[in-house]
Design a protein around this ligand. Sequence first.
Ligand SMILES: *Cc1c(COP(=O)(O)O)cnc(C)c1O
Length: 426
Amino acid sequence: MAYGFDTLQIHAGARPDPATGARQTPIYQSTAYVFRDAEHAAALFNLQEVGYIYSRLTNPTVAVLQERVATLEGGVGAVCCSSGHAAQIMALFPLMAPGRNVVVSTRLYGGSVTQFSQTIKRFGWSAKFIDFDDTDAIAAAIDDDTRAVFCESIANPGGYITDLPVIAKIADDAGLPLIVDNTSASPYLCRPIEHGATLVVHSLTKYLTGNGTVTGGVVVDSGKFDWSASDKFPSLSQPEEAYHGLKFHETFGPLAFTFHGIAIGLRDLGMTLNPQAAHYTLMGTETLSLRMQKHVENAQIVAEWLEKDDRVEAVTYAGLKSSPYHKRVAKICPKGAGGLFTVTLKGGYDSCVKLVDSLELFSHVANLGDTRSLIIHSASTTHRQLTAEQQTAAGAAPNVVRISIGIEDPDDIIADLDQALSKASI
Ligand SMILES: *Cc1c(COP(=O)(O)O)cnc(C)c1O
């Protein structure tokens, strides 16, 4: 029987604990797992049998979360990691090599811009930043060394909506996987695999956990990409020396990327999610749809109120009719445009700083997707390392604040913004 989303967010991946009958998934706080005998151990190490060896690779609590997120995203498998940024490296790692590049959207989380423009160079990888509304430019940027296309579904910080089927077609025509960061939407609002994504990455830190208690990430595989169709992805299609010449794609079929992520990625890069964190995120996913509905409802009310206010120059929320991305909501995320947007203040940089300092209910933090309403002045914080052009291209100009609307009473959110805007606009 095919269950609906609200049922799957509670049940997918979980079953009563076989040892105790515990209904809630136990936190398996164990580093290692006893082998039945030497033959069992050898089979596990040869990847001939699936099981638990050591918690850097696999852990039963983390495994439940992997299955749950994979199910909610409509994927075949998932690998949890220690953070959203770890997930991005884990997604690229099997695809890239020195001299290879990834074509990425300019509209990304600030930390991702830094990771892609600076840090990945240390691996000999590079990123080409393109305006993903300019489809000709994306196609033109793809060259013989490109190994992936990367964007966010609902993009940070402005809540812009990416036309995923169009981007997926460009990647597909070039024989490349499309990686979509679905953090700001969550699988409740958007399921990128249905729009043609090959891999979906998340920062579990945000809506999936939902209350600001965890740092974690996940890579979900659609299982749909043919890694052997070209010679571009030798890590997946060619013999792997570390496993006696095993070919991941030939051996594991649609699960090739997931097995590689565990058997090579987690084993050797070690960016493992701990079982405590997986437990908190499992708790969070149980109420994902309820929270997302309320985030969307509140964001709509608050964005409409802000847009009418004299002290405000512009609001980017795609749920507003004035947004150039409004039409894409019905196509990409029909249940709503998320809870994240930016506000441009008439008073410029100084007003933004004053607003942030005057808010009482809002928290001034570098986070999003919490039950609490959060605000940040991106230009002086998360996007500080970027050049002025990069800041503006990323939607984080100096006169802009980013807001993540929580699930409090909308009247209280508005009252707090109202009093702080008064102080910020003198
Ligand atoms: C937070 C965030 C990340 C990075 O996740 P961490 O868990 O902080 O490493 C990546 N992408 C988006 C869209 C994010 O919001």
